[in-house]
Design a protein around this ligand. Structure first.
Ligand SMILES: Cc1ncc(COP(=O)(O)O)c(C=O)c1O
Length: 508
């Protein structure tokens, strides 16, 4: 077994938007904060916990009687207690998969045999038929995570009823951690099917995961069994106090949940749909989607947004994103447009030769090896500026025969090159990439124009608008280079007027 190690480290110091843990994205009700502060002032930290009122309040919230409620240290503890109370080594348990890690953790500790009917490929719908077929006498516990984390899938109440009906000898653990978002509960089934045990939590919509408060809703006979297993003080008094206050301010929680589910989520769904991004129907405050880019999770992280990568069966290479407030999701959309969508749309590139095209090329030595020899050609500044205005990305591709050898040392090249670039920069002109082949023709290298070795990686990593991109140069090798990368060629007369050539070529 491996420890259950969620990728938490560094999150608090991250500073950006944390959309990776299905948490509430805003602090809890201010009444909760006040209640905790009051408790700390009450001088009761040295006393052992004393519960009571909370079960009553939870019972009222859930619409059951007080003896049908048990509070736990997060619903993780509730899940663990249920597995420990009702299964033994080698008992069969059914966990529709992929699902929340804690179920597998508890089952593995006990040594259960785990059957994993898969959420349906493509739709990720609940695998009812497959699950029903798996039910036999050896099955002791069936998990229904409703809605399921990470797929967001909701099993209809009628499906849960059919399962409870068929598996009379098994416990049906229904995890309703996201009930406040889905608004679907199977509490009404408990009376007829006492084998249904529900876990819930104040970690999600109420926003108290750091305090760890969960609870179980079940028939009295099962609560009595579970109470034998829980420690007398497993829930601490800060969590207890906060939970009471949170339950007293349900209006605040409902307002948050409603903004998430009725405004923010539809907004993200519409954005994904409009941009051809596949996502799955979710009844929770999170969405599973297929990223457009391989590195999407890292790119989002580098741009201030954490999301959770998933790579289990039937949800390979997906990302799960928590849904927050409308403003937060607007921010997500803005970042997504800038750093992800922009990379999926082809860009216009102006590939440009240097010597004889942008700067004067002496016809005797063919080398510009001093600042003295640097002369920017006519129409270059205006031409490049206009290209920038027309949203072309500029790429320089140049052969520099024997650069780095005794006859043409690097510093002799760099001085005029840097000078040229600084003049460009003063005019708001920046080359995105500068590719230089330093070899002599006899080397027969793969990077010398017309070969495409210099730009091979660039062409692989960037989407190029083949219609509008072009290469402008003054030699036959330049024309062949343009042909080799499949873009238009704009022929320059050596040392001619750059702006005029682009205008005549129909670029400007
Ligand atoms: C389905 C599901 N159940 C339970 C939990 C655990 O919640 P708690 O903080 O109450 O332990 C989570 C948390 O992510 C969850 O997704």
């Amino acid at each position: 077994m491996k420890p259950y190690n969620p990728p938490l480290s560094g999150r608090r110091a991250f500073g950006g938007m944390l959309l990776d843990f299905n948490e509430r994205t805003m602090p809890p009700s201010s009444k909760v904060l006040k209640a905790i502060a009051d408790f700390l002032k009450s001088n009761e930290l040295q006393l052992y916990p004393e519960y009571g009122k909370l079960e009553k309040k939870l019972a009222q919230y859930a619409g059951v009687t007080e003896d049908q409620i048990m509070i736990t240290n997060g619903s993780d503890q509730a899940i663990d207690l249920i597995f420990r109370a009702f299964t033994e080594t080698n008992d069969t348990v059914i966990i529709p998969s992929p699902s929340f890690a804690m179920f597998y953790q508890s089952a593995q500790i006990i040594g259960n045999k785990i059957l994993r009917p898969l959420y349906k490929k493509g739709s990720l719908l609940f695998p009812l038929e497959e699950l029903l077929k798996m039910i036999n006498k050896s099955v002791k516990l069936i998990v229904i995570c409703n809605p399921n984390n990470p797929t967001g899938t909701l099993a209809p109440i009628e499906d849960v009823r059919k399962i409870a009906q068929k598996a009379r000898n098994a416990i049906i653990l229904v995890d309703e951690a996201y009930f406040e978002f889905s608004k679907v509960t199977v509490i009404s089934l408990i009376k007829k099917y006492p084998n249904i045990i529900i876990t819930r939590t104040l970690s999600k919509a109420f926003g108290l995961p750091s305090l760890r408060l969960g609870y179980i809703v079940a028939s009295k006979i099962y609560i009595n069994e579970l109470l034998k297993m829980r420690g007398p003080y497993d829930v601490n008094m800060v969590a207890f106090t906060a939970a009471l206050a949170a339950l007293d301010d349900r209006k605040e929680m409902r307002k948050y949940a409603s903004e998430v589910m009725n405004q923010a989520k539809p907004m993200i769904e519409e954005f994904f749909t409009k941009n051809g991004i596949t996502f799955y129907q979710s009844a929770g405050n999170f969405l599973l989607y297929k990223p457009l880019l391989k590195q999407e999770e890292k790119i989002l992280r580098d741009n201030g947004i954490l999301v959770r990568p998933q790579n289990k069966t039937n949800i390979e290479k997906t990302l799960r994103i928590s849904i927050g407030t409308v403003n937060q999701m607007k921010q997500f959309i803005k970042v997504y447009k800038n750093v992800i969508l922009s990379k999926t749309q082809p860009k216009k590139y102006a590939f440009i030769d240097r010597d004889g095209t942008l700067i004067f090329e002496p016809q005797d030595t063919f080398q510009i090896d001093s600042i003295k020899k640097l002369k920017i050609l006519d129409g270059v500044i205006t031409g490049l500026k206009t290209l920038v205005e027309k949203r072309y990305e500029l790429i320089m591709v140049t052969n520099q025969n024997g650069l780095g050898t005794a006859s043409f040392p690097w510093p002799n090249f760099q001085a005029p090159q840097n000078k040229m670039l600084s003049i460009f920069e003063k005019n708001g002109i920046k080359f995105k990439k500068i590719y230089i082949c330093p070899h002599l023709p006899v080397k027969n290298c793969s990077c010398r124009k017309p070969k495409v070795g210099l730009v091979k990686k660039f062409l692989k990593e960037n989407l190029i608008d083949q219609e509008q991109s072009f290469f402008c140069g003054d030699k036959t090798t330049d024309r062949l280079f343009a042909e080799n990368i499949g873009i238009k060629y704009i022929p320059m007369q050596t040392n001619g007027d750059f702006y005029q050539i682009l205008t005549e070529g129909g670029i400007l």
